[in-house]
Design a binder for this molecule. Structure first.
Ligand code: AMP
Ligand code: GLY
Length: 409
């Protein structure tokens, strides 16, 4: 998840599902997602800090099992903000947090789509690996998607309850906070690029690139303040609901034209974003370790509590995706160019594995992230681009965007 970027993150233990299990430099006695073994390990070895990264183990209650140990990650109750979108809508309504008009749908007859299908969004209420959101183009597509979700065909159990939302329009910003359950610190904001092709065209993906920080003048002071207020209400609301939010909160905001440019919560995640983590963490002008450790101990460092952290540099990441991604990524291609080093560039592996001759091959949809750092976004972008294609990093059929961050420089 791109967490190797910061100087001090290699002192952390990353535990969880997917690719997120690793204490760098050490062979761990458990595999990804093996929660029993992870819990045993933490109880026995007592690492000074454990960060539970991905959503599934958070939703499955790994952090609750490790109560009393220095663990950063939300409880299963708080992780429902990501794992149960119908619950999240209720939470936002209860705490006066702006979200799109939403209808919770359990049966096909619960909703009637008007002729303009493009005014709706359908979301699987449960966890669907980042693929559970459908933006239908036609009435027929909307109806089919609804049936496919409710029947379990599209997303299994996760889609058997659907949140149908009003479709809003406007720029999106990803805002992250780290909280000890009471106090919190806001990290530099990032922008993700979800569509596959340049110019925000093509299908939605897990994220084809990101940059941070979002320049202050991208939004007005009033818009930023309203965004920060949403974070504040979320942390306070979770506390009021007896599920204090101790962990990493991701608030996906849209500054919706329909709401006069005010921020609206499009999604909550209980973790860092991918690919936002790749760009937010290395830009921090404060120790990531200090923030995580103090929050895990339940007393966020006083020097950062209540602040919006600044960025010491700009970072921009470009995802190199497999041919056929997102529908049906082709795997097994040899990746070239990884033996070289590139100035001010870090490569994070998404879906790769060792091939038979010890070469590194593609193993899934989002293969690698190439992250450039610089004093500004333009430089960061140039550095990342210089490491891609030609005699730099490439593989057969590689797909990537060339316009990440271009809306701001
Ligand atoms: P998610 O998988 O929740 O990150 O959603 C994927 C993307 O779908 C978001 O980043 C938005 O671009 C889009 N989206 C989700 N909900 C809405 C909405 N209510 N209106 C417009 N776009 C949305
Ligand atoms: N970049 C969006 C996510 O991680 O869900």
């Amino acid at each position: 998840m791109g967490l190797s970027l910061s100087d001090d993150v290699d002192r952390l233990t990353f535990a969880g599902g997917n690719a997120g299990t690793a204490q760098i430099g050490e062979n761990l006695p458990f595999g990804p997602g093996d929660l029993d073994a992870i819990a045993d390990y933490v109880q026995e070895v007592k690492p000074p800090l454990t960060v539970v990264g991905p959503e599934q183990p958070l939703v499955d209650g790994l952090v609750d099992r490790l109560d009393g140990y220095p663990v950063l990650g939300s409880s299963a109750a708080a992780a429902r903000l990501e794992g149960d979108k119908a619950f999240a809508v209720g939470f936002m309504q209860r705490h006066h947090i702006p979200c799109p008009d939403s209808l919770i749908v359990d049966r096909p007859d619960d909703v009637y789509f008007g002729p303009d299908a493009q005014s709706y969004v359908l979301k699987a209420s449960g966890l669907a690996g980042g693929k559970g959101v459908i933006l239908p183009e036609t009435h027929e597509e909307a109806v089919q998607a609804l049936h496919g979700m409710l029947s379990g065909e599209l997303f299994g159990e996760a889609g058997e309850r659907v949140v149908v939302q009003q479709r809003l329009h406007g720029p999106e910003v990803s805002l992250f906070a780290v909280s000890d359950g009471k106090d919190y610190v806001i990290l530099p904001p990032a922008q993700d690029h979800k569509r596959l092709y340049d110019g925000d065209q093509g299908p939605n993906t897990g994220g084809m690139g990101a940059y941070a920080p979002v320049p202050a003048d991208f939004l007005s002071g009033d818009q930023w303040q309203k965004a920060y207020d949403i974070v504040d209400r979320t942390i306070a609301g979770a506390r009021a609901d007896d599920m204090p939010y101790k962990g990493i909160l991701y608030v996906g905001l849209m500054f919706a034209e329909e709401c006069g440019g005010d921020p609206v919560v499009i999604e909550y995640n209980c973790r860092f974003g991918d690919p936002e983590a790749q760009v937010v963490l290395p830009t921090l002008d404060t120790s990531v370790h200090g923030i995580f450790e103090s929050a895990a101990h339940g007393h966020l460092d006083r020097s950062v509590a209540g602040k919006q952290l600044g960025a010491k540099a700009a970072a921009l990441t470009i995802c190199l995706a497999a041919p056929g991604y997102p529908a049906s990524p082709q795997k097994g291609s040899r990746i070239h160019g990884l033996e070289r080093t590139y100035d001010d560039v870090t490569i994070q592996h998404g879906s790769t594995k060792l091939g038979s001759d010890n070469s590194i091959v593609t193993a899934g949809g989002r293969v690698l992230y190439v992250t450039g750092m610089g004093k500004n976004l333009q430089t960061a972008s140039q550095r990342a681009q210089a490491a891609i294609g030609g005699d730099a990093i490439h593989f057969d059929g590689m797909q990537h965007r060339t316009d990440i961050g271009r809306q701001v420089f």
